[in-house]
Design a protein around this ligand. Sequence first.
Ligand SMILES: Cc1ncc(COP(=O)(O)O)c(C=O)c1O
Length: 441
Amino acid sequence: MYMMDEAEIRNKISSLVRDFFELKKSKKFTFGKDLIQYSGDVKDENEIDASIQTLLDGRLAAGKQVESFENEFADYLGARHCVAVGSGTAADLISLNALQNEHLENPMRKGDEVLTCALNFATPMSSILFNGYKPALVDTTLGKYTMDVDDIEASITENTKAILAVHLFGNVCNLDKIMKIAKKHGLYVIEDCCDSAGSMYDGKMIGTFGDMGTFSFYPAHQMTTMEGGMISTNNENMNYLLRSLRMWGRALPCPYCGDDMGKSCKLRHNLNIGNIGRYDLAYLFINQGHNSKLVEVQGAFGREQLKKLPNFNEIRRDNFRETVKALRPYEDQLILPEAEKNSDPAWYSIPLTIRDGAGFNREDITNMLKEAKIEFRYLFTGNILDQPAFRNIEKRIHGDLTNANKTTTDSFFIGCYQGINPDMREYIIEKMVGFLEKHKN
Ligand SMILES: Cc1ncc(COP(=O)(O)O)c(C=O)c1O
């Protein structure tokens, strides 16, 4: 007979997990030898213990933890509904898919245009294409790296039916202009907030302005569920539709009793459904759907991360502010990042563009970073039309995409995430300033 009862075993596990993280905290960081990541998960015993305890609870697939995570994330955003999905990519794919659903009053059709930015991540664009829409591309603004709003209205045609506003690198698109234009022309707006959970515009969380907001919980982002995503919406019908689309297209919740077809649904086996007669509502498919759900462990993990998100984002803001302040004297060499007016970004990273005639090129400065063990990345796709997968797509382009082209060749970003402590930040600043001083004209 085992001597401990379940509660004692669970406590013992919790205690061992705590010990494990105490041990990790004592590990020394060596500058110049250990890599300062640009981003990554920051977790402790709380996430791991909650995950293990949830695994021990029994249910594996989406249940109470995922449901609570959705509700808590909706409260955090100030959105009416949040629907958890498998990734930010799934969030983009499904939200754009929802816009062509026959249950909508004004569904989009294949071939309709979706306006977005030429500087992007790959999967917002793939999501437009997989749904049969045609991308219409506007340029980005250097320094802001979001879509150039002055280009948007000029580029709308009678085929334009939606704007996919990507809040890239944590910065926020000019939502005031975008929402006004969308209203005037009757366009749907999806806000891609995958890089920017917690960024604010006009005192409100982004992801609450458009018809839907999409979020990613990949570890590089503001918070993580290992992999994972979320779609926010303030629209009741869209909420039902998204829940159905992420779960095989099932009639969810039960269209008759509003229940989730759990044990309490009295109608589940008792309804005559047209030509198929009495049928199990659990296998009644009202949409051609996807399968993109979180599992309980991700829900439990995400709930712990969400508690830390406000603090994580304050660290991001501090690191961003202090680093950019230190780089300010070198504005003749670098285009520094600039927050959209009226916004308070939870910066994903610190995007930088080398000015023409700076006296050095991207390889020079990133070689220095490599040597100093400071992680950097390029600005995702640069001009997405130069990427192999998107070179030959059917599209419409507004203008010559000069700025997006410049990001392809002359931009990079360094980190500001919650894993960068003040000593690391000072080290990054010292290396960057040393390099820029050396290359001053
Ligand atoms: C702007 C943007 N949208 C969508 C995604 C896709 O998110 P995920 O990696 O969760 O699929 C990313 C990924 O980093 C992104 O940066």
